[in-house]
Design a protein around this ligand. Structure first.
Ligand code: 5RP
Length: 231
């Protein structure tokens, strides 16, 4: 296994070991969160852990079911005790860019509802300022060109995300498009998050501001991988 994958695995496993029987757990999307879901499945089979999972995407739901974890939608639970999810960028204030897997709308709903939101990343995701990663914005297809014009006026360079092994745009779990927006920098994530969500036709953007309780980071020290909490 290459080192990046190993960092993702260790951090995912460490997060899943925080989970206790009886918890309702938000199940994140992406390759790092997938290691946490796999560990929850192992713990259920081998240790008798009993949880209810709330997937943040179709892909997380499929994996959870394969692992035999009971799942509910966010509307079927009264509370989420802990959400474990990855990120594309993390700044020193623990603000995030998410949506590399086009799942940020439901991720923000589930992660935002959690009593505790635990982010799992490898060291490459840590940045001084958000914005090198193009910001994912979920957009109603009927409004996409108007939204792109508005994004350009805000100083961004928007691009409709295209499918792989599929001609045309990526379609989200909710039937919408994703527009990835390159900004020169994002000095005020809270203001930009609100401005973007105020554009008619925008469903949600990938800025997560003030939602995170803890960030677990996987890093390489010598030839070892270790996990630490971002302070
Ligand atoms: C999906 C996400 C993912 O959490 C993010 O893209 C990180 O993915 P990975 O763990 O594979 O690097 O926001 O919408």
């Amino acid at each position: 296994m290459d080192l990046t994958r190993l960092m993702k695995q260790q951090v995912g496993i460490t997060a899943a070991q925080r989970v206790q029987t009886g918890m309702v757990v938000g199940l994140g999307t992406g390759s790092t969160a997938a290691f946490a879901i796999a560990e929850l499945g192992r713990r259920q089979r081998e240790e008798g852990l009993q949880i209810i999972g709330v997937p943040t995407s179709f892909s997380a739901a499929v994996q959870a079911k394969q692992e035999g974890l009971p799942v509910r939608t966010i509307d079927q639970v009264d509370q989420v005790d802990l959400a474990i999810d990855g990120a594309d960028e993390v700044d020193p204030q623990r603000n995030l860019i998410k949506g590399g897997g086009a799942a940020h709308t439901l991720e923000k709903i589930v992660d935002g509802r959690a009593d505790s939101f635990l982010v799992v990343v490898d060291q490459s995701k840590l940045v001084q300022q958000l914005g090198a990663f193009p910001l994912p914005v979920e957009v109603l297809p009927a409004a996409v060109y108007g939204v792109m014009t508005a994004l350009t006026k805000l100083g961004g360079t928007p691009q409709i995300r295209l499918g792989v092994k599929k001609d045309g745009p990526v379609i989200t779990d909710h039937g919408n498009f994703v527009v990835d927006v390159q900004f020169e920098a994002i000095p005020d994530p809270a203001a930009l998050e609100m401005t973007l969500n105020n554009i008619p036709g925008v469903l949600e953007n990938g800025l997560f501001v003030g939602l995170v309780n803890e960030v677990l980071v996987g890093r390489v020290v010598g030839d070892q991988v270790e996990v630490y909490t971002l302070s």
